[in-house]
Design a protein. Structure first.
Length: 364
C-alpha cells in the first residue's frame, strides 16, 4: 500500500504529511504513481482509515494493509508532554487465547495509537485457571513485532521464581527490545502455586525483598558476590547486561497493601500499581511518601499506575474515572478492554474508539 510517509510539519494541532503513494497489486508493488499531501487531525485519520475499508476499494481492505496504514500515522497523533500521565493498555490475553495474529495486531494497534505501554497479565498455574500465556514468553513474541511501546509483565509473582534465572530472562528481553521493559512484581497469594513451584509460601515477603537486591546487582555489575538469607553468589554475573541498569521494578499488591508491602514500595521499588479505590488512594499515597522520605528517597520519583476498564458495567463512566485519576497526579494509567464480552477483532476497534474519546485534559 503506502511505501512510507514523511512528516512535514505541525500547524494549530494538525499534522501535515507527504505520502509516497504505492498500491499493492497481485503481490507486486506498482511504481509510484504520485504524492498525496494530507493535512489531518487525529479524528480525520481514523475516519480515513474507515473509508479505506469501503468495498469499492478492495485492494485496501486487508487487515495487514490497514494496520500498516494506521501505524504510519497514529504515532504522530497521540503525543505526550513531558511530565504528562502516560497511558497504556492491558493485553486481553484470555479472550485472544492462542490467536497469535490477534495478539500481534492488538499490540501493533496500541503502539500505532501512541499508547506508551502494554501490560500483560501473569499467571503460571492456579486452580480453575483460565487461558493465560506465560507473560515473559508472550512479551518476547510481542517484542519482535513492535518497535517503541514499553512492555510490562504485571505482575510477576517474584518469590515463586528462581531469582538468577529470572534476572537472565528479564535482561535478555531488555536487550532484545532495546530497553523497553518495565517489570511488575508482587508476592502473590496462592499457596498452591508456590507448592507446585517448590518455593516457600510463608517466607515470600522476605524473599522478595532480597530478590530485588540481587536482581539490581546482577543487572548493574558484570561480577556479583552476594550472601543473604536466600541467595549465595560467589563472583559471577550475567552477560549480556540489560540496556537499562537496572531494569525498573514496580510493585503490585491487591487492594490496600499491607505495611510490609508499602515499606517495600517506598524503599526498593521504582513505582507501584494502584489497585485500591480512588477514595483509599490519598491516605495510602501519603503513607508511602512518608516511608520513602524516611529512607532518604524522593517520593516524587516513585511512579504510580492505576487501571480503568473501558468496557463492562462501568463503561459509561470511564472518561470521568480517567479524569479523576489524572487529577490525583498519577504518572501512568492502564486502559482495559477485557471483560466486556468483546470478540477478538472488537478489542482493537474499542481501543481506537477510546483514544478518539480520550478527554482533552488527559491528552494535554
Amino acid at each position: 500500500m503506502f511505501a512510507g510517509a514523511v512528516y512535514t510539519g505541525n500547524h494549530n494541532g494538525y499534522w501535515k504529511w507527504l505520502l509516497p503513494h504505492c498500491l499493492l497489486h497481485e503481490h507486486q508493488l506498482m511504481p509510484q504513481v504520485g504524492d498525496l499531501h494530507f493535512v489531518l487531525c487525529f479524528a480525520d485519520v481514523l475516519a480515513l482509515c474507515d473509508c479505506l475499508q469501503h468495498p469499492s476499494i478492495p485492494l485496501l481492505t486487508h487487515a495487514h494493509t490497514l494496520a500498516t496504514f494506521r501505524r504510519c500515522y497514529h504515532a504522530a497523533f497521540v503525543t505526550w508532554d513531558e511530565g504528562a500521565m502516560r497511558i497504556g493498555v492491558s493485553l486481553p490475553v484470555r479472550e485472544m487465547a492462542d490467536d497469535l495474529t490477534a495478539i500481534r495486531d492488538f499490540a501493533q494497534a496500541a503502539e500505532g495509537l501512541g499508547l506508551t505501554h502494554l501490560r500483560v497479565p501473569e499467571q503460571i498455574l492456579r486452580p480453575g485457571n483460565k487461558h493465560l500465556h506465560e507473560s515473559m514468553m508472550v512479551l518476547a513474541y510481542i517484542a519482535a513485532v513492535t518497535k517503541r511501546i514499553e512492555l510490562v509483565p504485571s505482575v510477576i509473582v517474584l518469590p515463586a521464581r528462581q531469582t538468577v534465572l529470572f534476572a537472565k530472562q528479564a535482561a535478555e528481553l531488555d536487550v532484545l527490545t532495546g530497553g523497553r521493559v518495565r517489570l511488575g512484581i508482587g508476592v502473590g497469594k496462592d499457596a498452591v502455586e508456590y507448592q507446585a513451584l517448590n518455593q516457600d509460601f510463608h517466607t515470600r515477603g522476605r524473599r522478595c525483598t532480597e530478590q530485588m537486591q540481587v536482581l539490581r546487582q546482577l543487572w548493574c555489575h558484570e561480577t556479583v558476590s552476594f550472601a543473604g538469607e536466600f541467595h549465595q553468589i560467589d563472583g559471577a554475573g550475567l552477560n549480556p547486561l540489560p540496556v537499562q541498569r537496572p531494569i525498573p521494578m514496580w510493585i503490585g499488591g491487591a487492594g490496600v497493601p499491607v505495611a510490609s508491602v508499602r515499606q517495600r514500595i517506598a524503599t526498593q521499588s521504582d513505582g507501584w500499581f494502584v489497585l485500591c479505590s480512588p477514595e483509599e488512594y490519598g491516605d495510602l499515597h501519603d503513607d508511602i511518601c512518608r516511608r520513602a522520605e524516611a529512607a532518604a528517597r524522593d517520593p516524587a520519583a516513585l511512579g504510580r499506575e492505576a487501571g480503568v476498564a473501558v468496557v463492562g458495567p462501568r463503561e459509561h463512566e470511564w472518561q470521568e474515572r480517567v479524569v479523576n485519576w489524572h487529577r490525583t497526579g498519577l504518572t501512568h494509567l492502564c486502559l482495559r478492554t477485557l471483560g466486556g464480552d468483546l470478540t477478538v477483532s472488537e478489542h482493537a476497534t474499542k481501543l481506537e474508539q477510546t483514544m478518539r474519546e480520550l478527554p482533552d485534559e488527559v491528552r494535554n
